[in-house]
Design a protein around this ligand. Structure first.
Ligand code: NIG
Ligand code: FE
Length: 422
């Protein structure tokens, strides 16, 4: 068969072949490795994947499109299932304050934190926000990410939240990395509503959400359910309103205090509950019973200088699928590298290299609502994959500090060759 691309002579092809659903328990560690493998691509799809000899025998392409991976690794492009990528300005000084002993919540209570990024977002021009966000997205691609979930949440009024979602959509159109947008109008109480929380919850549920559903491409609604931010009942009001409008649900839950976010996520059958640093036995039970994916963000714990990571081992053992994301944001996790997140998940959370790769591909794809054709390499699925100049997928978490990416394909097009970026 004539194809557009063949990549052959990969020491390992990480396929994640198997059921089209999130993986947990022992399945979380099954990668479907093919040794000395190759992949053939036509249009935006994978047409064949298997041993190099077989693929080269059965398929032909132009010589300049038949590429030798030279013993490297082929694996799905990463799906980053939790980012706040579209923001204006950075918060280096808060990092220095944390190094001097102040906590994230103390800095936030003193007017820093999310609210300072809200002020920056509101006063920045569209062009400025797009330029800054594009650079971050280039770096993500250079680390192997081909799809990312992106939240609004630095606008916190109707016009600014809609602007954020439109900017995400514009970035999605312009950049090879695909973006899936989430409405996070309940990221914080804006300065104007600090004294009237109920009015802000009502504004989000009754005014913002209907416009988000009617005027934007947002697929999900998320709430920062946390002590001092949105409590369990406020979170429920907003998420139920979103559910009635047909949006999928996500929850920032149990990051600092277990106030019922995981239980609520389970009850509402959210697609994911994220962070989960302090989740209780009851919270985990609710997640499992509700079929919720745990999106864990160890880059945040690391960047906040904390040492009590989410209990991923227990979650996997109890049958909760674990996905991993960067949480890329200017405050608690200025991280754009999925490999760094995966290394932290191995070293600080006791996951195996195979489990973290599943967490960054198939499970992350389902947590982003794109699991049907991404996060796995099988004939018929989207040709989104990366080729590493490294002898094993374990190099991702073993050989730290830079990117091993040699090439990246997105929708069947080669969108990055090493040396282009990062
Ligand atoms: O996921 N937790 C809430 N939101 C972000 C922090 C955003 C910020 O500090 O700007 C998070 O960690
Ligand atoms: Fe977040």
């Amino acid at each position: 068969m004539n194809v557009d691309w063949i990549v052959h002579n990969a020491r390992e092809v990480v396929t994640l072949a198997g059921p089209a659903r999130p993986r947990s328990g022992s399945e979380q560690g099954e990668l479907g490795l093919i040794e000395d493998g190759a992949i053939a691509v036509k249009g935006d799809r994978i047409v064949a994947i298997g041993p190099s000899g077989e693929i080269l025998r059965d398929h032909v392409t132009a010589p300049e499109h038949c590429l030798d991976a030279e013993g490297g690794v082929v694996l799905p492009g990463f799906v980053d299932p939790h980012t706040h990528l579209v923001f204006a300005g950075t918060r280096e000084r808060e990092f220095a304050m944390r190094c001097a002993g102040q906590s994230y919540l103390e800095i936030a209570a003193a007017g820093g934190g999310i609210r300072s990024s809200v002020r920056a977002f509101r006063s920045a021009s569209d062009d400025d926000i797009l330029r800054q966000s594009r650079r971050r997205l280039d770096r993500m691609l250079a680390f192997g990410t081909t799809t990312a979930e992106v939240k609004s949440g630095y606008g916190l009024d109707s016009e600014q939240e809609l602007r954020a979602l439109r900017l995400i959509e514009q970035l999605d159109r312009e950049h090879p990395v695909d973006l899936v947008s989430t409405f996070l109008g309940a990221h914080e109480f804006p300065d104007e509503y600090r004294e009237d929380r109920a009015a802000y919850v009502e504004l989000v549920a009754e005014k913002m959400l209907p416009r988000v559903a009617a005027e934007t491409q947002a697929r999900f609604c998320d709430v920062f359910c946390e002590q001092g931010v949105f409590d369990r009942d406020e979170t429920e009001t907003i998420l139920r309103a979103a559910q009635r409008l047909g949006l999928g649900l996500k929850v920032h839950a149990d990051e600092f205090a277990p106030i019922g976010g995981a239980e609520l996520a389970g009850e509402l059958r959210a697609i994911s509950a994220d962070h989960l640093l302090v989740t209780t036995d009851a919270g985990r039970r609710a997640l499992r019973d509700g079929g919720v994916i745990a999106v864990l963000l160890p880059g945040t714990c690391f960047s906040l200088g904390k040492h009590a990571y989410a209990n991923a081992r227990k979650m996997i053992e109890e049958g909760i699928p674990v996905a991993l994301g960067t949480d890329c944001n200017p405050g608690s996790s200025m991280v754009d590298s999925m490999p760094l997140v995966l290394a932290l998940a191995c070293l600080e959370m006791g996951l195996s290299p195979a489990e973290v790769v599943t967490g960054a591909t198939v499970n992350a794809a389902f947590a982003t609502g794109v699991g049907a054709d991404r996060g796995r390499l099988e004939p018929g699925l989207r040709a989104d994959f990366q080729v590493l100049a490294a002898p094993s997928y374990i190099s991702l978490v073993y050989h730290l500090g830079g990117s091993h990416v040699r090439w990246v394909w997105k929708d069947g097009r080669r969108v990055l060759s090493a040396g282009d970026a990062a």
